[in-house]
Design a protein around this ligand. Structure first.
Ligand code: EPU
Length: 425
């Protein structure tokens, strides 16, 4: 029998929490470690299923990986296989990040198309065009992509779309290429900047990261590093939004407000009180009073993050007036709408645009977490609803939210995790 969450809603969330290290950024740091034969130690790695899956992918190509709580040690003295098994690769999207390091270290990388959330077309053309521009020959054998290069040479590379993983993969390959690579229309997400910073600490020569133009001067080799993953801005946003939806007040002590301007300015526009409460970047939201609906677009950084689209939609079901969310990153990110409708939300899925008629009380029922962020949206919906919400499909939540049940309970929520009637978390 599947595990599920039972949420008895209607309790305002109150209190403070620390979020985990970045899910996506943490996965990039694990892949970055494949670029050196030296040991790498990564601190503040989140305790989530995707990290275990990424570790399995790395082990399959020759890495020794040990995870002890929030510390991950990885050592890849030599690459034993340049072709991770398809069943591991399809477990998560970030698995495709082995391509850049394998290509750079061995001259050949073979990898199936990766898995990940079903949130739209998720092509790989940006990754592959980048490898080609560095001198690799790309072919397809059965269902796998094969990249081969006698040597990689720096180049000027325009990305058709500022793909996050595409930028990281091309950056990985370019760190060990001959000469200088310039990536134009690069993803500017903080997690991309963070892994570039890690690579620099390993001896790479990268600048411009965090902007849409990244310069990489190749080096002969990279060395080991001890690196700390930054807090997860999406997890921060999710808990802040849960606080707002339940008309509570929630503080994220390690909230990194400089990475969340798009969310904080929208919350301000909604009439939610937002305070930055310490030099370390604490963010507090208070929503005792009614808040207003807004219009927003989910776009690449520094715009409103697509990963907060569904959690924000759940919160806006409780706003006064009509809200609209226009999704401009993925073409199938609105499946969560059907689940919020089950809870009684007045929300219409217009494909890329979602229209929410707010202020309608939600009532608990059985819903499903359809992907990580769709899962977060039904958790928020359940917390704001009266009565009991049963959430199925929580393996998706486990992929991205560490200690979710405990964190919510610590904030005053009535949430329990069940498996065949045995309470777990
Ligand atoms: N795209 C292309 N060509 C490519 C790659 C992507 O056209 O070669 C398009 C996609 O079709 C999509 C858009 O680019 O429309 C954005 O995709 P991107 O490549 O930027 O996304 P990603 O790198 O696959 C990462 C995160 C996602 C997050 C997006 C956008 C990881 C493992 N995943 O995916 O995170 O939504 O960036 O910020 O880092 C999540 O955490 O829940 C999640 C889905």
């Amino acid at each position: 029998m599947d595990e599920y969450l039972l949420v008895n809603g209607g309790h305002p969330l109150k209190g403070e929490l620390m979020v985990s290290g970045s899910k996506n950024g943490g996965l990039y740091t694990i892949a970055a470690a494949l670029l050196t034969p030296d040991p790498v130690v990564i601190h503040n790695i989140p305790e989530i299923a995707d990290v275990s899956e990424m570790a399995a992918v790395c082990r399959s190509i020759g890495s020794h990986v040990e995870i002890d709580g929030n510390t991950l040690q990885i050592h890849t003295p030599s690459i034993l296989s340049n072709s991770p098994p398809t069943d591991l690769v399809t477990a998560l999207r970030a698995s495709f990040l082995v391509m850049g390091p394998l290509l750079a270290r061995t001259g050949e990388a073979i990898c199936a198309s990766p898995g990940g959330d079903v949130i739209g077309m998720r092509p790989l053309d940006v990754h592959l065009a980048g490898f080609r521009a560095l001198g690799a020959e790309i072919t397809q054998e059965e269902s796998s992509w094969v990249a081969k290069a006698k040597s990689l040479k720096g180049n000027r590379i325009f990305l058709d779309y500022p793909s996050v993983l595409g930028t990281v993969n091309v950056m990985f390959a370019a760190t060990l290429a001959d000469g200088t690579t310039t990536i134009i229309n690069a993803a500017a997400e903080p997690e991309v900047a963070m892994v570039a910073e890690m690579l620099n600490q390993m001896g790479a020569n990268i600048n411009g990261h965090g902007s849409s133009l990244i310069n990489i001067t190749g080096v002969k080799e990279l060395h080991g590093v001890e690196f700390e993953v930054k807090p997860d801005r999406i997890e921060t946003g999710t808990y802040l939004l849960a606080g707002v939806a339940t008309r509570g007040d929630v503080s994220v002590i390690n909230g990194q407000p400089n990475e969340l301007d798009s969310l904080l300015s929208k919350l301000d526009e909604m009439g939610v009180k937002v305070e930055i409460f310490s030099s370390k970047g604490g963010i507090k939201v208070s929503a005792q009073n009614a808040f207003q609906g807004v219009a927003l677009q989910a776009v690449p950084y520094p715009g409103f993050p697509t990963d907060l689209h569904a959690p924000m939609a759940a919160t806006l079901t409780q706003a006064i007036g009509v809200s609209t969310i226009h999704e401009r990153v993925f073409d199938n990110r609105t499946a969560y709408v059907s689940q919020l409708r089950q809870l009684g939300a007045k929300i219409i899925d217009g494909g890329q645009t979602v229209i929410i008629d707010g202020g309608v009380p939600l009532t608990g029922t059985t819903v499903r977490a359809l992907d990580i962020r769709a899962g977060a949206s039904v958790v928020i919906g359940g917390l704001a609803a009266t009565g009991t919400t049963k959430i199925l499909g929580i393996e998706h939540l486990d992929r991205g939210y560490a200690h979710l049940t405990k964190r919510l309970v610590d904030l005053g929520a009535d949430v329990k995790r069940y498996k065949e009637n045995i309470t777990k978390d």
